[in-house]
Design a protein around this ligand. Structure first.
Ligand SMILES: Nc1nc2c(c(=O)[nH]1)N[C@H]1C(S)=C(S)[C@@H](COP(=O)(O)OP(=O)(O)OC[C@H]3O[C@@H](n4cnc5c(=O)[nH]c(N)nc54)[C@H](O)[C@@H]3O)O[C@H]1N2
Ligand SMILES: Nc1nc2c(c(=O)[nH]1)N[C@H]1C(S)=C(S)[C@@H](COP(=O)(O)OP(=O)(O)OC[C@H]3O[C@@H](n4cnc5c(=O)[nH]c(N)nc54)[C@H](O)[C@@H]3O)O[C@H]1N2
Ligand code: SF4
Ligand SMILES: [Mo]
Length: 662
């Protein structure tokens, strides 16, 4: 029997492998044996005919790929890199990489190639939460864990559809509800999550800042403020209080789309609940004001002192299995490593640690900036930017201009493959080992359960081969992931708050390690004066506006059994075809106006492009709003490329579109 952990979502369920069968691990505290359809089918996904099994190469994207060998492929990339100025090189990584893969790629690019142009798909995912946590608490630190719901009275889920996106956690929420937990869901759609709630507030897309400001104002007006906590632990209270005095309450309520009665019903629940968790995901983060939305939510917990106490706190639910690990390593271009930035002292510390003098002293380019920077070489690993970046026609045009695009993938059918010059076959989940951190700071170990397919290599090894070919043999001489993890652990000592060095690879195998519990127990924020920051933010209505021509707001998101582009889950004849994938939710009122019937083929268009889908007429979606799941691989032909000005996260959720019957 081998124990491992699921490689899909941020819940990080424990699994057990008994010769051929993969089951939930009953002894694992996070899931107690429960798994969803994705976790239990991990092994089926790696036995598909669409695996990428050999390195491929071509000079021009209009030519066919030719099979090549590793030596030739790595030499070709290294030769090109040697001739390229460092600011023309970019690495695009993924929150699905293991910590060891992430560490090596980050070290190679930032430490030795001398550019901080290392970004990750986490930019499109929880970059807004990272920036907000840093602004409010002084560090990217998640102060809540999943088990807290068992100590809480009220769980507010905002822009998070746990029933589809964090399935096993959702089932834990439902169990906690039986024991008295109240649930409020704030979402423009009556999602499966909302169906399990005590109260669903169908917010107008983009109204969240107004909602949290109204709530903050009410907390102050009715003196629900925890003055003791605010005095000792919070900055800027008077400023926020004064600003909130002058906000246009009626206008704000209108922008939320809630009636007074709905808000009052919520307020009663809020007021009567001693312990409250507010959890959020993409409904807030993926926004042109994603950071502000996060800050307005965090304000509520700071005003009421509902943080650093069991059953309380602002809880960002990370989506990918190791987006947290990537944050710890420092895989975003806007940080250097182990939560350190680009100040002189941090650069000195990291340079000494890596024994290098090449680190650049300014942040690197973010995902979308990289595409606009006329790069000469872009190395993409474990993610599919053509599929997932906004405004796809533009992404495609920009990518076509990059002379060398390298894709490291375990599957051959990504949307990026047609735009790449070299493809390297990675060993996927089950064929490799390493560590990952789930959404509540628990570091676990994925185990190798089966042999690695002949010509595939774990991602860390691919980056190491490249580093060695570039001549950095001394700095990249690891024999296994354990050695990399141990170096990373040493490095976490450079940070003043990451206690990841206090465990060991061997120990994690036996028992997952929860880092940062010391911070929680001390209850001290990580800012200079050890106090958290309140911020007054306003809804600036920056999202794309609807018009006569494009009268609908398009929302996009997950379906339970499908993982993003579906290279691993959209498989013929597997367990995974539970839920319909090709649909577009339309409200019956709009459908009637447009003469669209349930099941009709429809065309959806925006200023930027068009896609096809099938109408699903349902009152579960607000009028003038439609929803298309991200399992529609064409989704981003429609989306706008507005970005949050601080997190650079795209405004995926709010694009103006029209629909027509075809
Ligand atoms: N099955 C499955 N699970 C997954 C994934 C997957 O691909 N498949 N992906 C993982 C990843 S990477 C991520 S990031 C997470 C995402 O997890 P979630 O964010 O929970 O998933 P989404 O479906 O994107 O849900 C976002 C919700 O926000 C709502 N929303 C849209 N606009 C607004 C708004 O203005 N305000 C509010 N309050 N709500 C709004 C949408 O209607 C939608 O229900 O899921 C993870 N889990
Ligand atoms: N419109 C819209 N767009 C979105 C979102 C949205 O809600 N709406 N969500 C955004 C978010 S939150 C996210 S996280 C992104 C996700 O977007 P992507 O990261 O592009 O989605 P995936 O399909 O998970 O891509 C993972 C890739 O890694 C490959 N792979 C699998 N295993 C391995 C391995 O072991 N090694 C390597 N090297 N490759 C492997 C898979 O085949 C796949 O091509 O999409 C973003 N884009
Ligand atoms: S809930 Fe997430 S971690 Fe658990 S089995 Fe499903 S996909 Fe895997
Ligand atoms: Mo994500």
């Amino acid at each position: 029997m081998i124990k491992s952990v699921c490689g899909y979502c941020g819940v990080g369920c424990g699994l057990e492998f008994d010769k051929e069968k993969l089951l939930g691990d009953v002894t694992y505290p996070i899931n107690e044996g429960k798994v969803c359809s994705k976790g239990v089918s991990e092994l089926i996904s790696i036995q598909t005919p669409t695996r990428l099994l050999r390195p491929h190469i071509r000079n021009d994207i209009n030519n066919e790929y030719k099979i090549t060998d590793w030596q030739k492929a790595i030499e070709t990339i290294a030769n090109r890199l040697k001739q390229t100025p460092s600011d023309k090189i970019g690495f695009y990584l993924s929150g699905q990489l293991l910590t060891e893969d992430y560490y090596i790629a980050n070290k190679l690019c930032k430490g030795f190639l001398g550019t901080n142009n290392v970004d990750t798909n986490s930019r499109t995912c929880m970059a807004s939460a990272v920036v907000a946590y840093k602004k409010a608490f002084g560090a990217d630190y998640v102060p809540v864990r999943m088990d807290d719901i068992n100590h809480s009275d009220l769980l507010i889920l905002v822009g998070a559809n746990t029933a589809e996106a964090h399935v096993v956690f959702h089932n834990k929420i439902k169990r906690a509800k039986k024991n008295g937990l109240k649930i409020v869901v704030i979402d423009p759609r009556f999602t499966d999550t909302a169906k399990a709630a005590d109260l669903h507030l169908p917010i107008k897309p983009g109204g969240d800042i107004d909602f949290f400001n109204l709530l903050a104002k009410r907390i102050i007006d009715e003196d629900l403020v925890n003055h003791e906590f605010v005095k000792n632990h919070v900055n800027n209270f008077d400023l926020l209080k004064n600003k909130l005095k002058r906000v246009p309450v009626t206008k704000m309520l209108k922008r939320t789309g809630f009636s007074k009665e709905q808000f009052e019903e919520f307020w009663q629940l809020f007021k009567d609940s001693p312990n409250i968790i507010t959890a959020w995901t993409m409904g807030l983060n993926q926004s042109v004001q994603g950071v502000d939305k996060n800050l307005s939510l965090i304000n509520i917990h700071l005003l009421t002192g509902k943080i650093f106490k069991r059953g309380n706190g602002p809880f960002s639910l990370t989506g990918q299995p190791n987006a947290m690990g990537g944050r710890e390593v420092g895989g975003l271009s806007t940080m250097l490593a182990v939560h350190l930035g680009f100040d002189k002292e941090s650069i000195q510390k990291v340079s000494r640690f890596w024994n290098t003098n090449k680190i650049d002293n300014k942040p690197g380019l973010t995902a979308t900036q990289m595409l606009e920077a006329d790069l000469d070489v872009l190395i993409i690993c474990h993610t599919d930017p053509v599929y997932h970046l906004p405004n796809r026609n533009k992404t495609e045009e920009l990518l076509k201009k990059i002379p060398m695009v390298v894709e490291i993938n375990a599957y051959e059918n990504s949307e990026t493959a047609p735009f790449s010059h070299i493809r390297l076959p990675a060993a996927p989940w089950g064929e490799k080992e390493g560590t990952q951190t789930n959404l509540d700071r628990t570091i676990t170990k994925q185990e190798k359960l089966t042999r690695t397919s002949i010509d595939c290599k774990p991602d860390w090894e691919i980056f190491q081969l490249l580093a060695q070919e570039l001549g950095y043999k001394f700095a990249f001489n690891y024999e296994n992931p354990q050695q990399i993890f141990e170096e990373f652990q040493e490095m976490t000592k450079l940070s003043d708050h990451m206690n990841i060095h206090k465990t060991s690879y061997e120990q994690i195998k036996e028992k997952p390690y929860i880092w940062g519990e010391d911070i929680y127990e001390k209850g001290e924020f990580l800012t200079e004066n050890k106090k958290a920051n309140l911020f007054f933010v306003e809804n600036k209505l920056f999202s794309e506006k609807t018009s006569k021509e494009y009268p609908f707001i398009l929302l996009t998101g997950r379906t339970r059994d499908q993982w993003h582009s579906g290279t691993k889950t959209n498989l013929p004849k597997t367990l995974l075809k539970y839920k319909e994938l090709n649909f577009c939710e339309i409200n019956p009122v709009n459908a009637l106006e447009l003469g669209i019937l349930d099941g009709d083929e429809i065309k959806i268009s925006s200023k930027r492009g068009e896609i096809f889908s099938k109408a699903l007429i349902t009152p579960d979606i607000k009028e003038d709003t439609i929803f298309v799941p991200v399992s529609n691989r064409d989704i981003n032909y429609l989306t706008n490329d507005l970005l949050d000005s601080e997190s650079f996260e795209p405004d995926y959720n709010h694009s103006a579109v029209k629909i027509e019957k075809v």
